[in-house]
Design a protein around this ligand. Structure first.
Ligand SMILES: [Zn+2]
Length: 218
């Protein structure tokens, strides 16, 4: 877990997002291996174990295949990674792209829902136990979605929110283009879009909290 990613983590509970307080227990070459993260707003605690940040207990589907060179180059192009810098967030189906993409470009990568035994370090971080992307808004230069994260509206909204304005959003062709994303191109396998500068809708979690309050007042 890279420090920059650790600092971008946010509590997944439906309250105003704010930084978590990190107690670092073990680091290796700038990579946080063991830590405890506390939420000052609600008291929730999260652990970083062996480089993975555990943000809940959601079980991710099996990761996709390791990409061949063509698939890798294609993913780099879809995500617009020709110019270096920044961090991309990858859904479970893209997990095996993380290390080769980081080696091919100058970006860092975060895998959400990493497969068993997935190794972190060398610019690759992992966030486990969550379908949402529990990070500050605008953290990532690009996000690669899969059917699993797109199947949950609140999770999907968090991925779009986590993407920087005008950052790239890539998804399988059968995933609908979500609100807040402008489609740039598509083929039979994927579409690529750009996150709009201003999100059209607030995060779904906030809508639900507001709806719950409205319901309770009746
Ligand atoms: Zn919290």
């Amino acid at each position: 877990m890279q420090i920059a990613v650790l600092e971008a983590l946010r509590c997944p509970a439906p309250h105003a997002p704010g930084p978590l307080i990190a107690a670092l227990h073990r680091r290796h070459d700038g990579d946080v291996r063991e830590a405890t993260l506390g939420c000052p707003a609600c008291g929730a605690e999260f652990a970083v174990r062996d480089g993975w940040a555990w943000m809940g207990d959601a079980v991710a589907p099996t990761a996709g295949e390791r990409p061949d060179d063509d698939a890798l180059t294609r993913a780099g192009a879809l995500l617009g990674l020709l110019a270096g810098g920044g961090v991309v967030a990858l859904a479970p189906a893209w997990a095996e792209y993380a290390h080769p993409l980081v080696a091919l470009t100058d970006v860092a990568a975060v895998v959400v829902g990493p497969p068993a035994g997935f190794s972190t370090g060398d610019g690759v971080s992992a966030i486990a136990g969550t379908r949402a992307l529990p990070c500050a808004a605008g953290t990532f230069r690009g996000v690669a979605l899969d059917a699993w994260v797109a199947a949950d509206d609140a999770a999907l909204a968090s991925w779009i929110s986590g993407c920087a304005a005008r950052g790239r959003v890539v998804a399988p062709a059968d995933v609908p283009v979500p609100p807040g994303v402008r489609e740039l191109a598509r083929d039979t396998r994927h579409w690529v879009g750009e996150r709009e500068a201003a999100l059209a809708t607030p995060p779904v979690a906030l809508q639900r909290a507001a709806a719950a309050r409205a319901g309770g007042a009746r």
